[in-house]
Design a protein. Sequence first.
Lengths: 474, 1041
Amino acid sequence: CKSDLDINRDPYLPTEATPKLLLPTGIAYSASKIGGDIQNIGAFWSQHYTQNNTSAQYKTLDQYSVGVADYNSIWTSVFGGGLKDLSLTMEMSKASGAWNYYIPASVMSVLDYHVLVDLYSQLPYTEGLTGDKNKAPHWEDGKVVNAKLIAQLDEAISKGAEAIALPRIGNEDFIFQGDIAQWIKFAKTLKLKLLMRDFTANQAAIQALLTEGDFLSTLDAKMTGFADLESKSNPLYEYDRRKLNTFFNIKASNTLLNFLKENKDPRISDFFELAKVEVPEGQPAKNDYIGLDQGNFTITGLQTNNTSRAVLAATDPVYFASAAESKFLQAEAWARLGDAGKAKTAYDAAVTLAFARWGKSAESFIQPNGAYEFKGGTTEQMVKAIITQKWVAAVRCQAWDSFFDQNRTGYPAISTVSAESPSYVKGEYTISINSSLGGTEIPRRLLYPKVSADFNPNTPKAVAINTKMWWHKQ
Amino acid sequence: QQRTITGTVTGKDDGLPLPGVTVVVKGTKVGTMTDATGKYSLSISESVTTIEFSYIGYVAQSRAIGTSGVLNAVLASDANLLGEVVVTAMGQTKQARTLGYANSTIKAADITAANNVNALSGVQGKVAGVSISNSGSVGGSTKVIIRGVSSFTGNQPLYVVDGVPINDNNATTVTSTRTVDLGNQVNDINPDDIESMDILKGASATALYGSRAAHGVVMITTKSAKQNQKLKITYNGAINFSNVLMTTTTQNQFGQGWPNFAFEENGSWGPRLNGLTREWGTEVDGVRQQKAYAYAEDNVRNFYDTGLDHTNEISISGGGEHTSLIFSYGNVGQRGITPGNVDRYKRNNFSLRGTTKYDKFTANFSLNYVRKDANLIFSGQGSADGGKTLFQELIQTPVDINLTSLKDYNNKYNNYDNFYTLYASNPYKVVQDNKAVAQDDRVYGKVDLSYQLAKGLTAVGRLGGDFSSTRLRDYGSVIKYTPGSFSADGGKAPVTGRYGENYRKNDQIDATVMLQGDYKLTDDISLNATAGGNYNQRGYNSLDAFVTGLNVPGWYSLLNTSSAPVLESKDVRRRLFGAFGAFDFSFKDYLYVNVALRNDWSSTLPVNRNSYFYAGANASLIVTDLFKELKSDNVNLLKVRAAYGKTGNDASPYLIYNTYQNGSAPLPNGNLLLPIGGVAGLQHNKRLGNLDLRPEMTTEIEFGGEGRFFNNRLGLDVSYYNRKTKDQIINATLPAETGYTTRTINIGNIQNRGFEIGLTGTPVRSEDFQWNVGVNFTKNISKVLSLFDGVKQYQFYNAYSVDFVAEVGQPLGVYKVPQVERVKSGPDAGKVVVLANGLPKMDLVDKKTVGQSGPDFEVGFSNKFTYKSFSLSALVDWRKGGYFYSYTSQLNNFVGNSTETTFNFRQPFLIPNSVKETGVVNGAMTYAENTNQIAVNNVYAYWGSSSNNSMYEHAVLKRDYIKLREVVFTYSLPKTFVSKLKLQNIDVSLVGRNLLIFTPDSNNFVDPEGSNYGNDITSNFGEFAAGPTVRTIGGSLKVTF
């Protein structure tokens, strides 16, 4: 009788898993949000993209009225999803000494935590991921979390030699196909990025790290392997282009588009589609790149095909860190350390890599009198030049990182005049036409998610979306 | 001088002979009883003039003796009489007077009076404490909620047919994109097979069914043939026409445009309608169509066709000395109101039931086969692969565009390429392109053997089985646009096409053995005891496969794709062992005490903690028999009763252990599904298992009283109950930072208290004319007493920004909607903060509670007039209070079709009592009186909930309604005429169902009863572009050979 009642296990679900099967899921989950919703939020708030005026999908995003219940799936998919699978991978591989799985899982999880802490400002890093052992993890300050993340990176880096000695894992590492040396470079790049959040305090460590080198320099930390197939494509493409009833929601923001046009940047065709220019009856048809002012989804008269849509491809990789970003970071570090020469070398390499990503040459742009020439100057001038190019490099790549950079450095600057004003400088942020924030305020964070706040008494009290964080430019 | 009177007594309803009828000389004890064939013979003195016929459950009759020696009687059943025999737990029969709880019996005539194709709809509005509603779609689900919702899932009652539980699975997948409702399985029962239904509401009544009876039990007794019964044939036929009951009342002032006139818009935000002829729609070959810029009256109503359903039922019954058999065949065909004959439902029922008796041995058996075929259309929002759905497309049609003008979808202006708008699709074509086809075979039956071991001691063994197999296919047509066409140029999203197949088998085996004994303990006290055991196994397995993105249009195959099919297999099984005992004591003939005990062992609970115990007890005191002096012609009966009971609910299968599953990362739409690039992955199950799970427990106390007055012409039945349901098993939300999103746990404490009042009266009763009145009143007050871990709110469901939650201190199931930001303090405190564009600023953190889904009360009011062979009855159903979410309303507001969008003639306006922000001074926001008008070309943004979140509150509508539920006019053809045709009975009826509906002014959108969310708690949420409910008018013919 007792055994007759012991039939409560689902025959179709396994109760055991291995790092080989958990690691790819952990990475795919990270990609699903960082390359999906977070990429899209970043692109809207970095004014790469804006909402199409004849549809409605991302209106709340574009008017900055993102509430506590919006984008909660970031929280559930990253914390409740990928991070737990990565932490299980770490647990299992640590126990068996499989450092070749441990390092990718650990570095990937640091990247996840880093994105979350910069989006939310605090994180339950230490007490999280323990299931019902702790149903109310305490949240920790971003500064504390960053220090712990750096420690986690150091630990991963320290296992590098042991991991390289082990057989190389294969395609289950969606990012470097088991190349641990690249993972170490990724880890160090990430470490530099975290240290730069507090340049003054970490100046010595940054100097030391730069001297040591070994950052991402040719390969990108990106998830590839997407195909133009249902449920197998780039996450933003999958949900915006394949699954929505209207796939013309994401349009060119004039902020970016006018900057590209002014500088005759050839990447414009990699970022945006041509639109149909309204011509008088009888005249030949004409196409051009046409954008919308940021947040101007209430404009009337423009048809769907009169504005440029963002180019997205099913096979676009999801970038977690790129070689170009690594060079921009180094350029900024050198600039802040006062070494304009090294800053220029890194900057030129960064812009070159950013163009090369689209099969374009940056040569004419970075050479003397080129549109993107590095002109040196004060630290602030150098940082502005670096971050402005980083902002363009982030399009269709790491738009979320541009959002963080603007918060951190203040570039691109927020224009106090409208885009139509003669004193408007192309490339500066304009205020979303339908902003719900008022003044020149823009969003600085996501609100603590409702799925956490409703169920964890230790989740911090709500903070307004335009509240700056400790590492933001005040 | 003695004379002999003979005769036959038959029942009025079925014309069958009644055995055991008491036949006495009026005012004496001289009498006899009818035999098995209903015949009697009575020797009486010449002076006797009147004979009285009486029988339990029937209205007694006094008849004058004529000169003839033959006196036949036809007795009418009386559902209101307490002498009635009712069916209680485990299929036992008892006299209603002995019950210490509220009992409701519904007779065949009531169930089938209005030609319902499913039995439970025939009970709608007729029983206090039981809320029944139907989704409205062809073959759709019926929801039965007894004494309020108390669990977080699985609130439907247990259905027991002739003592054996049957499955009531619901094959509805609830999504906001594409939903079809295949109905729940209790709808498979042929209503004409049902003799009566007894609804056990309280925990005390259902305790014997233990963990399956937490939400009540519906005991169905089927018709049977009697021993030595002559061959009898009945035929019932009905035909009904249906049309749409309620459609949205649209505004009639403004036409196509958004916000200016545009040829190709799908909303009514354009200029004022002026009746002038103007161009509209797309330009084809350089020419646009022309039409009057005028309101299209009854647009949506005219879109629909007349639906048709028919029922044919034939039964053949007869009995010999030992065996009696009844065979029935029923066939139902339904055609819905959607044009193009695309929503169809067919059901064929075959049933063979019988009884065999040899001395001390009795066998009851039945075998039923049901075949269903359905062709259904989708509701919801539509999807990129499966295409659009009908109702959504109807809503977003400008009020000046005549829907019927789109009927010819091959017309060059109406086809895919040139349809007038990029944002919607031709509704006539949508229903041709996308459909679900279902086929279902089901066999269920039972064998029930009993043997009388000794006088007063019987052994019973009962085995039931229920097996069904469903095949569902899902079609979504590929849509491509010709390059250069309006749709292609405008970037209308092509539909990639979809095909899916789902095979599912459900099964249930239920075995019971029991001993029943009758003892007289003393002269005054007798005991009826039952003890037994029960074994139940239920399960299903399914294989689901679908492909999205079809390469070859029109070829529906899992191979027609470049991608791989998405597959899912399931195999779910559960077992339950139960041991039970029931002890019914009676003291004299006025006090009855019933005790029921049960212990269950369930496979769905942790192996070492899977045993749990329930008990129930109730008592009934017949006051008028205890104090006989109270009894008079004005007070016929007084009864008081009290009950206490406990029932429970075990878990669903597979919630105990932690597992892994195939890696699938959700996206805002769709997902990222491993393997990717040939690499497979597993993910941890985000639901954390629980090795400490306990069963859910409901305890209930109930008090009530019954009275019959004025020669039984007035009856009153009142109940009060208070039930608390604790330890609900739910997937409770865990904050995701724990690494999991849910954990199966026991939570909460939900209280349901309520009154049920049943009133029956016969204001007029004469030889030829009778007027019967019935009122039933139900009031249920629910309250969430606690949830878990200090959590104050738990979300059941959400659509857009409307949440449907359990909130501590509130009734179960309240709506939370976004609220505007208001000034917190200072002189402007409480005023609405307005943005530069004049729209309100939203509170991004907190939402407000609108109200509950449950009603304040429900009333069913029926009247029946009988004059000679004519009868006319009417039932009015009133539901007061409560709210529901209506996507139909939300979308009508968005597209400017709803009447409320004509507010202020769509001229610029200021949000009343509002301020605007004037900047931060000393760390605090300052405000000034609002001068930001909502501009004329932005009025639509005010009414659109995506641009003005406070508008979601307008999508939560009042659920109140009054319906004229049933009107039935019946004429029984004169016996003299009928017998010439060698027939026994011919009844013809005219029937109307859902003839009228009245809703509050604020709901001029949809019938609140319709839902496309199945029949569990989410269906209380409301509707998401659900189809309309229908009004039916028809006739029926009942013939007994």
